[in-house]
Design a protein. Structure first.
Ligand code: DX5
Ligand code: ZN
Length: 222
């Protein structure tokens, strides 16, 4: 599976979001990671489906993976399907009925992601793995950009990689939180194939150079 670099819009300049998204795609990003926070499931507030819809109307055709940090989550799924999400990822703690929530995403025509916080056990995955297209391992507690990478997440990646491989399904394994040029290769070695990076990309001046450096660092693992 090709490696994906997934810039998180959370670290972009929201006053120029359209431009920022265009620039990061031009610089070689594979997907746009769209962080949605509700000041309830996580202690922060970001953007909703109207903003995704505005990006689509602007002409953004690229793959957008929506990371929902909202509770309850079900009611917003239809809105994000309509707004043009390609992937919709949910936390098991954000729904009473995980199988139903993942089924709603799939039936709506999007790919479904399942997200694991540092304190969430991987035992949620096997019962629903047939519905899952992406496993997202959080390497920080969700809610904020710019936090430090939690090293135990590497063990989580190894565990997730083994479950994915034994399922035989083409599931992406994404890592999110504190990913930088100097630790991305550890995540790749532990089994990740998709790398969310917010501040590591948007806090630099030359997005193409930064994305290139992230890819070079991954290449050192193979
Ligand atoms: C955290 C978000 C992340 C965050 C990553 O709750 O899910 O996507 O924006 O930001 P960095 O890469 O700065 O840790
Ligand atoms: Zn995220």
């Amino acid at each position: 599976m090709a490696y994906w670099i997934c810039p998180s819009i959370l670290a972009a300049d929201f006053a120029r979001l359209g431009e920022e998204v265009d620039q990061v795609l031009e610089a070689g990003a594979d997907t746009i990671h769209f962080d949605v926070m509700d000041n309830h499931y996580v202690p922060n507030l970001s953007v909703g489906p109207l903003v995704l819809n505005a990006l689509r109307r602007r002409g953004v055709r690229a793959c957008v993976d929506v990371h929902l940090m909202v509770k309850p989550v079900d009611r917003l799924i239809g809105d994000f399907l309509e707004a043009g999400a390609d992937y919709i990822s949910v936390h098991p703690e954000s729904t009473e009925h995980l199988h139903r929530t993942l089924s709603m995403i799939k039936e709506g025509g999007a790919k479904a992601g399942l997200v694991f916080n540092p304190g969430t056990p991987m035992t949620y995955l096997p019962p629903v793995i047939d519905l899952v297209d992406l496993v997202l391992i959080m390497s920080v507690n969700p809610g904020f950009g710019g936090q430090a990478f939690i090293p135990q997440s590497l063990e989580k990646l190894v565990e997730a990689r083994a479950l994915i491989d034994s399922s035989g399904r083409p599931i992406r394994l994404q890592i999110d939180g504190g990913i930088k040029i100097d630790n991305i290769s550890d995540a790749a070695r532990a089994g990740a194939d998709s790398f969310v990076a917010g501040t590591a990309i948007f806090n630099t001046d030359d997005y193409a150079q930064t994305i290139g450096a992230l890819r070079d660092a991954i290449a050192t693992t193979s």
